[in-house]
Design a protein around this ligand. Structure first.
Ligand SMILES: Nc1ncnc2c1ncn2[C@@H]1O[C@H](COP(=O)(O)OP(=O)(O)O)[C@@H](O)[C@H]1O
Ligand SMILES: [Mg+2]
Length: 345
């Protein structure tokens, strides 16, 4: 549905060139929710704005729905953009227009009649549950309601693609959830392709099918969300995953130096991640039985990755050097993710 081919974006500024997006290729399939995560300044907004050509790429090609946007005239582009809705962190609503008139705005620009506009706007008011707010002004709305208006406005011209630039970053966690639920609902109901730009791993794990991690203008990691989440490769991706994996060494270990390698008399701290309910118990007791080690569970939690249950367990394993090696091998042979966090006394 969306393809970036060797796209680059360089901003020329008084203080020199900024290579905001380096040679990037990316394919996003029809109907998927694709997340792009990165720290502030990584180039996320630049990338997403290249998709609808709000930024003209310095090099490369952009295709949306089989058409090359980078080869179009202004007029062709205006038409093609009707296929691409966009929502923003700060909503970008028109303060002097009501909810209804904000949603109607892009349709007025397209020159639709009052009746045609009404036919489009009314069902959208229902979709985003704002019918009784139709005559309110943005200043009378909560952040979540404002973003619902933004979503309805973005959907007004029946786009095939919805671009979301930090769409939940200005919202509290509960409102964020409700907006993400709405986006998921729209994705399924309308089979809309959604691109989510965010710096929040919560957003990615809540609704994304696939994710790319962007750093200093380059995509450094990309894949199925669950795979990236459970087996992050780069340090940045690991940090993002850690930001939502609340497992930390307990207080008792706070002053204990954690070493990378085994040392005389040390115990091994391991994080186990698994899918499903209680896959943990037999694994740990099996390891104790088979490997001649002892183990203590330090903490554990259950989490949700999109629609799958995901569990985390932090355990400390005691035993001889050989026994610990056996235990690690035993765990790695199981159907779960194993990360040795280090060794403590
Ligand atoms: N219009 C612009 N002119 C000059 N530099 C820009 C412009 N927009 C973004 N940048 C620079 O490009 C880099 C990437 O910015 P941006 O795409 O906004 O990152 P993000 O959205 O990930 O925070 C930053 O260094 C930013 O300062
Ligand atoms: Mg940005």
């Amino acid at each position: 549905m969306i393809e970036l081919r060797n796209v680059e974006k360089t901003y020329h500024t008084a203080s020199g060139d900024i290579h905001a997006l380096k040679r990037t290729s990316l394919t996003i399939e029809q109907g998927e929710i694709f997340g792009i995560i990165g720290l502030s300044g990584a180039g996320k907004s630049t990338l997403i704005r290249c998709i609808n050509m709000l930024e003209q790429p310095t090099a490369g090609q952009v295709f949306v729905d089989g058409e090359e946007l980078t080869a179009m005239t202004e007029t062709q582009l205006r038409k093609a953009r009707q296929n691409i809705g966009m929502i923003f962190q700060h909503f970008n609503l028109l303060a002097s227009r009501t909810v209804y008139d904000n949603i109607a705005f892009p349709l007025e620009i397209q020159g639709l009649s009052k009746d045609e506009i009404k036919k489009r706007v009314e069902p959208l008011l229902d979709l985003v549950q704002l019918r009784e707010r139709a005559d309110h002004y943005p200043s009378q709305l909560s952040g979540g309601q404002k973003q619902r208006v933004g979503i309805a406005r973005a959907l007004a011209s029946n786009p095939k693609v919805l671009l979301c630039d930090e769409a939940t970053s200005a919202l509290d966690p509960q409102t964020t959830k409700s907006i993400l639920n709405l986006l998921r609902d729209i994705n399924q109901r309308l089979n809309l392709t959604i691109v989510m730009i965010t710096h929040q791993m919560e957003v990615v794990k809540e609704i994304c099918d696939r994710v790319a991690v962007i750093e200093e203008g380059s995509i450094i990691e990309e894949g199925n969300m669950v795979e990236v989440f459970t087996n992050p490769q780069s340090p940045t991706t690991k940090d993002f995953v850690k930001s939502v994996n609340k497992l930390e060494l307990p207080e008792a270990f706070k002053d204990t130096p954690v070493q990378d390698k085994y040392f005389e008399g040390s115990s091994m701290v391991v994080r186990l991640s698994f899918f499903g309910g209680n896959a943990d118990k037999p694994v740990v007791s099996g390891m104790i039985r088979e490997c001649g080690v002892d183990a203590n569970i330090l903490s554990g939690n259950l989490d949700q990755l999109k629609d799958r249950i995901y569990g985390n367990l932090l355990i400390v394993i005691e035993g001889s050097k050989d026994a610990l090696e056996n235990a690690e091998a035993y765990l790695r042979a199981q159907n779960l993710q194993v990360e040795v966090l280090g060794y403590v006394k």
